[in-house]
Design a binder for this molecule. Structure first.
Ligand code: MF3
Ligand code: CO
Length: 259
């Protein structure tokens, strides 16, 4: 069963999403060569706890940090560390979840560190566009496959691949709810989405193969060919006349007609 959220629940999800977005906006100023991923984690922890909220990932299935910070060929679930320092030319994916008054917000984006290659910039732009085009295709009373297919089409028509092994998810009063939100598939497939459904949509796009593997730390996911990967995520609510982005960090969303 895919839960349908009440207007009261959507208000709480909006506040949680707003806080999750504030973390990503604040971190933008701190992403630079020489900064450790543990420093980014500490900044995020302070913003969240100062807002009387909790980091959603900390302790989830034993995950040890507030953020997932994944550099270059790392796809998702990189564990922050004092020893891991950002370098000029890196791309760094930051994923953050919060719990505020029992409701969850989840979002991610990949930042450039200093000056990055044209090819890495293209990977960031295409992954971001795949998210926004996917959200544009998402509609009440239509199959979720419209979104999945739109994401995949943007990524693959630009010569990149979408990760299959990890998908987006419903979200609300828990981090992971129904339905699963794949970033690939046929437009006519998947559940019919009804107004009041809240989703975390999170394409992971690889420069090379879609295949990934998990490192021996049990968390860090990397590309099988060690080529770079990018990740952009919004929490959104489907309304009868469109969607609302609940994690408003994204200045490009307006270009796609997304509030
Ligand atoms: N945004 C990811 C997700 O929703 C982050 C999960 S990391 C974990 O699945 F540590 F919480 F597992
Ligand atoms: Co998520």
């Amino acid at each position: 069963m895919v839960p349908i959220r009440t207007p009261k629940e959507i208000k709480k999800l909006r506040l949680a999403g707003q806080l999750a977005a504030e973390v990503l906006m604040a971190l933008e100023q701190h992403v630079e060569p020489g900064v450790s991923t543990a420093e980014l984690d500490a900044i995020a922890y302070k913003i969240i706890t100062d807002a009387n909220a909790e980091p959603a990932f900390l302790g989830y299935m034993g995950y040890p940090a507030t953020l997932c910070v994944s550099i270059n060929e790392e796809v998702v679930h990189g564990i922050p560390s004092k020893k891991r320092v950002l370098e000029d030319g890196d791309i760094v994916s930051v994923d953050v979840g919060v719990i505020l008054k029992g409701y969850y917000g989840d979002n991610a984006r990949t930042y450039p560190v200093g000056t990055i290659s044209d090819e890495n910039q293209r990977l960031l732009d295409v992954t971001h566009e795949s998210l926004l085009k996917g959200l544009q295709a998402l509609r009440a009373d239509e199959p979720l496959g419209l979104l999945s297919h739109a994401v995949q089409t943007v990524a693959e028509s630009n010569g990149f691949s979408v990760v299959r092994a990890f998908v987006g998810h419903g979200i609300g009063d828990k981090l992971h709810d129904e339905p699963q939100v794949p970033n690939f598939g046929r437009a006519e497939d998947g559940p019919i989405i009804r107004a009041g459904t809240v989703l975390a949509v999170e394409p992971m796009v690889n420069a090379g193969t879609h295949r990934v593997k998990t490192l021996s730390d049990g968390w860090t996911v990397i590309t099988a060919d060690k080529k770079p990967s990018a990740h952009f995520e919004h929490t959104v609510v489907v309304l009868s006349d469109g969607i609302e982005i609940l994690t408003p960090w994204d200045s490009r969303a307006a270009d796609y007609g997304l509030a």
